[in-house]
Design a protein around this ligand. Structure first.
Ligand code: E4P
Length: 226
């Protein structure tokens, strides 16, 4: 299973690339607010970062950039997507899963502009995304779980449905909040998880490992004095 970093911070991208071997990046408007940068600035940084690392297309290192969420008609989404895709060969355009968004994504995919259909919360939305041939679909987990929903079956069903019909769209499990969701996604056979650097770090942490290090350090130091 591939790991994408969910971040608009190029320093985090570099860290996660060097230390976690990430396979791609997803960005969203909330992250721009957190780091206080305009999308144009972040796009330039990420375009420079990908070319600086020798990535020449989105097959090597996909970076999803979200369209302006104010746009709600397919023509405007389509134009904005073309503008984003023109900034870097690594850019994938992130489009919300509305009827208008799906119309735009279908046209873009026909023209070879790869899309990541996001804000997916149901199985039927995921089917529609696969049928139009999007490169990626992003079913959200954390947002649903915040409202008390259990998401295991929802995700597992999407993976199963895609297998049933041999859909080529890759599933990015999104809004991941724990190592458990990462492991669940892998067990189901999802293609990718995207998560923040904090979640990535937490997923390799276990307090027993720390306990074990202390325990073994004590033994080691005792033996050293013999
Ligand atoms: C995924 O592509 C999204 O950017 C992301 O997972 C959104 O959710 P979050 O910011 O609540 O994690």
């Amino acid at each position: 299973m591939k790991y994408f970093l969910d971040s608009s911070d190029v320093n985090e991208v570099e860290y996660a690339f060097q230390n976690f071997g990430i396979d791609g990046v997803t960005t969203n408007p909330r992250q721009l607010k957190v780091i206080g940068k305009k999308e144009s600035e972040v796009m330039k940084e990420l375009a420079d970062w990908t070319s600086g690392h020798g990535f020449t297309d989105s097959g090597q290192f996909p970076v999803s950039i979200e369209v302006d969420p104010n746009l709600n008609q397919w023509e405007a989404i389509y134009q904005e997507a073309k503008r984003i895709a023109g900034q870097s060969p690594c850019f994938i355009v992130k489009i919300p899963c509305t009827e208008q968004g799906l119309i735009a994504a279908r046209k873009l995919e026909k023209e070879g502009i790869r899309t990541n259909v996001t804000l997916v919360f149901s199985r039927s939305q995921a089917i529609a995304v696969a049928r139009l041939g999007a490169k990626f679909v992003s079913p959200f987990v954390g947002w649903k779980e915040n409202y008390g929903e259990d998401t295991f079956d929802y995700l597992n069903d999407i993976v199963q449905i895609y297998k049933n019909y041999d859909y080529k769209t890759e599933i990015i499990v999104a809004a991941v909040r724990s190592g458990k969701v990462i492991a669940d996604a892998a067990k189901m056979g999802a293609d990718i998880v995207t998560c923040s650097l904090d979640i990535m770090k937490n997923s390799v942490y276990h307090p027993f490992t720390d306990y074990g290090i202390r325990f073994f350090t004590d033994s080691w130091n005792e033996v050293k004095q013999l």
